[in-house]
Design a protein around this ligand. Structure first.
Ligand SMILES: Nc1ncnc2c1ncn2[C@@H]1O[C@H](COP(=O)(O)OP(=O)(O)OP(=O)(O)O)[C@@H](O)[C@H]1O
Ligand SMILES: [Mg+2]
Length: 499
């Protein structure tokens, strides 16, 4: 029996000795009763260890560790194993140990001894630290990106949303995860279409979507022009998440539009300059013979009796010469060859005066005229006659577009900070077609029937406005009507201190 017992003891001992972690057996007073081979490999010979107290051996201290530092007492009272992670400095090197304390019970089920195993987890701790560092770096990279980055599970619930995305979509990540899914970023059907493209291999490869333009809807329900690059994240073959990188294109589009507008204006003024030179040359050449024709026709008229039938023909010649002279004059204004008599004038007063001139015209009999003008002077430096001509040309065009029926609105306003006064002439007429729009300021461009329009109206207006340093553009035109916008430099930002 005794033999069997020692055999039994023997194999139990062998198990203890073969444990791969350094392990020791302690009595309830923390005396070290035995240690296994792995322990000896790591901590030296049994001689100096056995009989010592645990804290004496490990910490060279006669004082036991506190229950905060060591779970020894808890293991005894709870009869349950516990572990503690310990930072050890040895030879100036940091090590991490996971110490596991397990109770060994006697026949009555009371704790007789404690087993302490020491597992070196320094490598795991170092890797954990490195991983945390990489995670922190990754977090910083994602957060500092100027593009909005969002990752979501396959149901559309956001898993990650960086600051740029929070700004772009107008939600904080916290509020977003509770209320919305990434489908709410787009108008109906768009999210589905993005997923379709992602799953196809035609848009950058299966699972990828290279930049495409999308309309984004933010928390205020505003539509934003954006661009998205997206990807599906796979685990094996299984789709587990999606991620999207969003760029707000609002500013880019605005800059592009401005650039396009500047190019258009540049082209227009270049075209105007070359046509203007030509027009000026022709006008000068024609002016002299016209003066001659007028002189001789008038002389011939005067030498004829009152009832001479030839007088009627001569009168036709004189009238047509006057008409031609009018055109030449317009051409000279357009090409800025005539010198205007500039004065300081109030824009509102010119508008009122010009409107009074057209008031009795048959064309405006059935047209409702609206004047929207603030009760303040807007002083501009211009030739009053020419300004009249500008307004009348625009108003006559509006009248023609409405074919005598509709609403004409003249509105003035100013921005004193910017030093600008504005005049808008709106009609409820037929609008200007897309093909005609680039040509309306060209001399002799007209859509009116022969004899009805010379096509010099808007080009003369353009010349006059350029001459005073202003600008003219079509603010709106469609089948409901047209609005011309003129911008004038406001004199001394509108303060009349030198008048
Ligand atoms: N308010 C408007 N609504 C619609 N079309 C317009 C308007 N203003 C101008 N247009 C178009 O622009 C063209 C050029 O206008 P512009 O005033 O230069 O010449 P016109 O009116 O045809 O002739 P005129 O020399 O007698 O003024 C017009 O023929 C017309 O097609
Ligand atoms: Mg006209």
């Amino acid at each position: 029996m005794a033999k069997e017992n020692s055999k039994e003891n023997d194999w139990r001992y062998r198990i203890f000795d073969s444990l791969s972690y350094p392990t020791l057996i302690l009595d309830l007073d923390k005396n070290i009763l035995d240690v296994n081979s792995s322990f000896l490999e790591k901590f030296g010979s049994k001689k100096g260890i056995l009989g010592k107290k645990c804290h004496e051996h490990f910490f060279q201290s006669s004082v036991p560790c506190s229950s905060m530092q060591c779970p020894f007492q808890k293991v005894i009272s709870e009869k349950k194993g516990r572990s503690i992670l310990m930072r050890v400095i040895q030879d100036d090197q940091e090590r991490w140990e996971d110490r596991v304390f397990s109770p060994i019970l006697d026949d009555k089920g009371e704790v007789a001894y404690l087993r302490e195993s020491i597992r070196d987890v320094t490598q795991i701790k170092t890797l954990e630290k490195e991983l945390k560092g990489v995670q922190n770096l990754f977090e910083k990279v994602v957060q500092s990106s100027a593009s909005g980055i969002v990752a979501a599970d396959m149901k559309g619930n956001a898993l990650l949303m960086n600051r740029a995305a929070e700004e772009l979509f107008g939600y904080s990540f916290r509020e977003f995860i509770h209320k919305k899914t990434v489908r709410d970023f787009y108008p109906p059907g768009v999210a589905k279409e993005i997923m379709r493209k992602l799953r196809s291999d035609e848009y950058g490869g299966k699972g990828k979507l290279t930049n495409i333009k999308v309309e984004i809807i933010n928390s205020r329900n505003e539509k934003i022009s954006g661009e998205i690059a997206a990807a599906i994240i796979y685990q094996g073959d299984k789709e587990v998440a999606t991620m999207g990188i969003y760029t707000d294109l609002t500013e880019k589009i605005a800059v592009e539009k401005k650039l396009e507008e500047t190019q258009r204006r540049l082209m227009q003024s270049e075209k105007m300059a070359s046509i203007g030179q030509l027009a000026a040359g022709v006008a000068h050449e024609i002016n002299n013979p016209l003066t001659g024709i007028l002189f001789y026709a008038t002389m011939a008229m005067e030498s004829r009796d009152k009832d001479d039938p030839i007088r009627e023909d001569l009168n036709c010649i004189i009238e047509d010469v006057h008409r031609c002279k009018g055109i030449v004059k317009d051409l000279l204004v357009y090409s800025r060859q005539s010198s205007p008599a500039k004065d300081l004038i109030d824009l509102n007063s010119v508008v009122v005066k010009s409107l009074s001139l057209i008031h009795d015209q048959k064309l405006f009999g059935n047209i409702k005229i609206n004047k929207i003008m603030p009760d303040e002077e807007m002083m501009i430096h211009a030739d009053r006659q020419q300004l009249n001509q500008v307004i009348i040309n625009l108003v006559m065009n509006a009248g023609d577009a409405m074919e005598g029926n509709g609403t004409l609105t003249l509105q003035t306003y100013c921005n004193r900070e910017a030093g600008k006064a504005f005049l808008e002439v709106s009609d409820s007429g037929c609008g200007i077609s897309k093909e005609h729009l680039p040509h309306i300021f060209d001399p002799f461009f007209t859509t009116k029937e022969l004899g009805k329009g010379t096509g010099l109206g808007l080009s003369t207006v353009y010349g006059i406005i350029q001459e005073i340093g202003g600008d003219i553009s079509v603010k709106k035109t469609d089948s409901t009507g047209t609005t011309f916008l003129i911008e004038f430099p406001l004199h001394n930002k509108g303060i009349m201190n030198d008048v």
